[in-house]
Write a protein that binds this ligand. Structure first.
Ligand code: GNR
Ligand code: NI
Length: 184
């Protein structure tokens, strides 16, 4: 599966992913402006490479240490690859109906929990050429859009859990990272 994903990756070297409790993950990212064009032109392929290699279905710039409102996403890389670049995304509308699904995050590797969010969202964003778009959807798409936009605001999926569940998950993450370092 990871070999399939690697072949789907555009050019660009994989970047180190920031892990909890890196403080950069708790900051608010700033809007992308035309002055950022040169930087994001190199950042975008590197972010896709990083996301596909991980593998993940989305990646927000703060996760690679850049506090820009920039997200890459591909929610079905194995079926129909549909790489999306979302610049300055904003939720325009969300349903009152909620949905619960299991989420994971590349910044909290191998930790999963059920998260309840609005079931449906409508989002506006710009692409890498500055063209304006809207996307609306439910299911995994809605969860991923909200999860990525949360990253731009310093919010992580664990923030939606009870304090008890969050603390258990964060302690397990810290232990896993310690064990991993110890094995090297
Ligand atoms: O790879 C990812 N899977 C995922 C599953 C359910 C809801 C959201 C996500 S996003 C995540 C990659 C990631 O951490 N993006 O920020
Ligand atoms: Ni994430």
């Amino acid at each position: 599966m990871s070999s399939t994903n690697k072949s789907a990756a555009p050019n660009g070297a994989s970047l180190p992913i920031r892990l909890v409790p890196d403080p950069v993950l708790r900051k608010t990212a700033r809007a992308v402006t035309p002055d950022d064009a040169a930087e994001i032109a190199t950042l975008i392929p590197a972010m896709f490479a990083t996301m596909y290699a991980a593998p993940g279905i989305g990646l927000a710039a703060p996760q690679i240490g850049r506090l820009l409102r920039l997200v890459v996403m591909d929610i079905a890389p194995d079926q129909t690859p549909a790489p999306k670049v979302l610049i300055n995304p904003e939720i325009l509308e969300s349903s009152t109906e909620t949905a619960t699904r299991e989420e994971g995050c590349l910044s909290l590797p191998e930790q999963y929990a059920d998260v309840t969010r609005p079931a449906w969202v409508r989002v506006k964003y710009q692409d890498e050429h500055g063209a304006r778009h809207e996307i609306a959807g439910d299911g995994l798409l809605a969860a991923c859009l909200q999860h990525e936009i949360d990253h731009l605001n310093g919010v992580l999926f664990v923030d939606y859990l009870s304090a008890l569940k969050r603390n258990i998950l964060l302690r397990k993450l810290a232990k896993d990272i310690r064990d991993r370092a110890g094995k090297k």
